[in-house]
Design a binder for this molecule. Structure first.
Ligand code: BTN
Length: 255
């Protein structure tokens, strides 16, 4: 037990590790991928000392933040390789679903997998493949933690649910796991509601953005999301589908 959560009753997962302190839940999930741990496996940490973000970024989190990783075999959930690109979006939507269910608040998706509330970052997702049959889905969300101790650049662009009624870590985690199971089932079945909902929650549609993918940088207007989850970028009379990359809004470069 931790934070009043009964591990045995957590939805979607078949095994749970709950740590008071860990380097990174994604790193622990990577270790688990080499064992016979029952999947889907959940790794939660109350605190991380080396939380990782996308690219070379660190993930800052203070006490009360929700930080966890899921180790899954996508094929076992019927997710064929051509649709694995939707996993990041489905995870972001699961967080959005959980925020709606626990607090009633409407969060938005910043492609590929950030969750924003009032234009500020509420949660981030880090997906890593350990081979075709083991994927790690890491989620960091500001739930019960306060941002007062955060570095100034994070304080300026992050938001927390700490003041929102109903937003306990346990409730958000449980809701998120249930929603994740539902969302990945939509990937497998090709349910059009998945991309339809992602489009309706896309924080970038109609916004001038710059997308950096490796050494390719394209600036243009975001024209929403393609069926496979790619970001549609319109520039110089042509539309480019970006399947990976990080996005900067050109109207507010720090967001
Ligand atoms: C990002 O926004 O760049 C992604 C942040 C992902 C952070 C989470 S916290 C739990 C899991 N373990 C990690 O080391 N990172 C992810």
């Amino acid at each position: 037990m931790s934070d009043g959560i009964d591990h045995q009753s957590l939805p979607f997962v078949s095994s749970v590790e709950w740590h008071a302190l860990l380097g990174s839940t994604n790193d622990r999930a990577r270790e688990l991928a080499r064992t016979s741990a029952a999947l889907p496996a959940l790794v939660v940490a109350d605190r991380q000392t080396a939380g990782r973000g996308r690219g070379a970024n660190r993930w800052w989190a203070s006490a009360g933040a929700l930080t966890f990783s899921l180790l899954i075999n996508p094929e076992r959930h019927g997710i064929v390789p051509s649709r694995q690109g939707l996993l990041a979006i489905a995870t972001g939507l699961a967080v959005i679903d959980a925020v709606r269910e626990t607090t009633g608040l409407s969060a938005r998706l910043k492609w590929p997998n950030d969750v924003l509330l009032d234009g500020k970052k509420l949660a981030g997702v880090l997906i890593e493949a350990v081979g075709p049959e083991r994927w790690i889905v890491g989620v960091g969300a500001n739930v019960e933690n306060r941002l007062g101790a955060a570095p100034p650049e994070i304080r300026a662009r992050a938001v927390t649910l700490a003041e929102a009624p109903g937003a306990g870590k346990a409730a958000v985690l449980e809701s998120c796991l249930t929603a994740f199971g539902r969302r990945i089932a939509q990937i497998a079945s090709g349910d059009p509601e998945l991309i339809g909902f992602a489009r309706s929650r896309c924080a970038l549609t109609g916004v001038q953005v710059k997308v950096v993918d490796g050494n390719r940088t394209i600036a243009g207007e975001c024209h929403g999301l393609a069926e496979d989850g790619a970001l549609l970028l319109y520039a110089d009379g042509a539309t480019t589908a970006m399947t990976a990359g990080s996005v900067e809004r050109l109207d507010q470069p720090s967001a």
